[in-house]
Design a protein around this ligand. Structure first.
Ligand SMILES: NC(=O)c1ccc[n+]([C@@H]2O[C@H](COP(=O)([O-])OP(=O)(O)OC[C@H]3O[C@@H](n4cnc5c(N)ncnc54)[C@H](OP(=O)(O)O)[C@@H]3O)[C@@H](O)[C@H]2O)c1
Length: 286
């Protein structure tokens, strides 16, 4: 099997590395060259273009920032899907909206290739330690073919349903994640105003039954005042935009997620875009 990985950012670089760790024959391409050079040390073959990367591949994974970027690289007139061999599988792990997954699937069919949406839950350390959870949409038979590769990058594979269903579940997860972070950040700030020490709040609030478990890790970022990105805030803003778009397309009112979206918009404008989304606390504290 020849496998290609496109998009070597925070997540993709680590996912590709885990494929190499498992002796997968891997071709890679990325807009900036530095992450490619890094993977070359571990045996990756570097392509010179998206088209060259996918030619002859049986499976192509993409891990790109947004639907717009996927559209440009994969679906546009000279997008890479026109270079893929018949019946190959394109697995998009990027977080995109479900209606975009359907668009990807239709375009793939038109080019005689198969498509699966397979976004992930988990962040940088989970990508590094092959502990991602895959939410997969698509045919079960196609999933069987890609499963060994997903299991090199993650430790749980959930077949949610047909095309777009993986993306659908991912929208829900990130809607909850974004709102929980916002609630956590402003609750800590209120606690401090009430005279409780920051350390006391960071030690205790994440352990309450009412708290989302991921806040334990975010509490440590807040304590250390270190917001090096595991999940960049600008991508959370993008995800809330996709959540809002999905709600609009399905005629479903969504009040709280839209409120959170505007909060992240302001934090991004305040210069926190490439910081971890936990930096919402710092933004609000200012
Ligand atoms: N980080 C997380 O915790 C996390 C968790 C779950 C899901 N996700 C999702 O996974 C995807 C990747 O996230 P990430 O954290 O790895 O993001 P990232 O570090 O910002 O990487 C984004 C990737 O997209 C490429 N890219 C961006 N704009 C491009 C453009 N205009 N043309 C070509 N390539 C472009 C980047 O190339 P360059 O290297 O050249 O910039 C890089 O390969 C996103 O959809 C995100 O929502 C992230």
């Amino acid at each position: 099997m020849r496998v290609t990985f496109i998009g070597l950012g925070i997540m993709g670089s680590r996912m590709a590395k885990n494929l190499l760790n498992n002796n997968v024959t891997l071709h890679v391409f990325n807009r900036s060259t530095e992450p490619m050079r890094e993977l070359e040390k571990f045996g990756a073959t570097l392509a010179k273009s998206y088209s060259e990367a996918v030619q002859g591949a049986d499976i192509v994974f993409t891990m790109l920032s947004s639907p717009e970027v996927v559209e440009k690289i994969a679906l546009s007139d000279n997008g890479f899907i026109s270079e893929m061999k018949n019946n190959a599988i394109w697995v998009d792990c990027s977080t995109v909206n479900p209606s975009f997954s359907h668009k990807e699937s239709i375009a793939a069919k038109n080019h005689h290739i198969r498509f699966m949406d397979a976004p992930v839950a988990g962040t940088r350390p989970h990508a590094e330690n092959a502990e991602l959870v895959f939410f997969v949409g698509g045919e079960i038979g196609d999933l069987k073919e890609i499963e060994p590769f997903l299991s090199y990058m993650g430790n749980k594979i959930v077949h949610v349903g047909g095309i777009g269903k993986g993306a659908a579940l991912k929208m829900l997860v990130n809607s909850l994640l974004a709102q929980s972070m916002a609630a956590f950040a402003e609750t800590i700030l209120l606690g401090e105003k009430l005279g409780l020490s920051k350390d006391y709040l960071l030690d205790n609030l994440p352990n309450l039954p009412v708290s989302a478990p991921f806040t334990k890790a975010k509490a440590e970022m807040i304590r250390a005042d270190n917001y090096e990105a595991q999940f960049p805030l600008e991508l959370m803003y993008k995800d809330l935009h996709l959540v809002a778009l999905t709600a609009y397309e399905n005629n479903q009112p969504l009040l709280m997620a839209n409120l959170a979206k505007e909060l992240y918009a302001n934090a991004k404008r305040g210069g926190f875009g490439r910081k971890d989304f936990a930096s919402l606390y710092k933004f609000l504290s200012q």
